[in-house]
Design a protein around this ligand. Structure first.
Ligand SMILES: [Zn+2]
Length: 227
């Protein structure tokens, strides 16, 4: 099987269920243990575990290296094992860096609007690149993309329902051109009161039940799905 991985940063499973986001939830879904040894649940450490199959040493982490990790390209990941097209992914040379943007967005309504428009543009750009890859790179074992929109909007708004519904309504445009690819949607953590909270989750368009894995288990899970 070939795979499309859609990482929805900060997508909360309970909120997606409450809003009946059927495309985000797909056919099967479940929680993912995201304990990476740092209570703030930094996304970079969670995606690191996902890509690498092991934890980043928590004692070496401090908030200052968050953005370095985000844009660094770690080696020997699940993507390197296969013929992969990576549109944009944290810890895999991501160019989607938003340093200082959340603080600025919260400083005034005007800045908030600018931030939202910029994030929607970024979402659109990655979305279109994913569509192109699905059409032109049918040979790829893995096509992977990571979207920051939901995470960032939930740092700004206590209720970001509109953006959940927006993302949910966008997804079929990718599903419809994914041929018979298996589609794995994965989120690194949920949200509560504008803070990272709770478990991550997975969803699949197939009948497999992944149970309640840890993020570091995905390296072997993906190997299994690609068989
Ligand atoms: Zn966040």
């Amino acid at each position: 099987m070939k795979l499309l991985i859609i990482a929805l940063d900060g997508c909360d499973l309970e909120i997606a269920k409450k809003l009946n986001c059927k495309n985000i939830l797909q056919k099967r879904y479940g929680y993912v243990n995201n304990d990476v040894g740092v209570p703030e649940l930094p996304s970079t450490l969670i995606w690191y575990a996902f890509l690498k199959g092991e934890l980043y040493p928590a004692n070496k982490y401090n908030p200052k290296i968050f953005y370095d990790l985000l844009s660094s390209k770690i080696e020997d990941t699940i993507f390197d094992e296969y013929n992969s097209v990576v549109i944009d992914f944290p810890c895999y040379g991501s160019t989607d860096v938003f340093k200082g943007e959340i603080r600025r967005a919260l400083s005034s309504e005007e800045e908030k609007t600018k931030f939202i428009l910029k994030r929607l543009r970024k979402f659109h750009e990655k979305f279109e690149r994913t569509k192109s890859a699905l059409k032109s790179r049918k040979d790829a074992d893995i096509i992977a993309v990571h979207f920051y929109l939901l995470d960032l909007m939930q740092h700004i708004y206590k209720d970001a329902s509109t953006f959940y519904i927006f993302v949910d309504r966008c997804l079929p445009a990718l599903f419809n051109i994914a041929d018979d690819r298996l589609i794995l949607i994965v989120s690194d953590h949920g949200f509560k009161d504008r803070m990272h909270h709770g478990y991550g989750f997975w969803s699949l368009n197939g009948d497999m039940d992944l149970g309640f894995p840890h993020f570091k288990d995905f390296r072997s899970i993906i190997r299994r799905l690609l068989r």
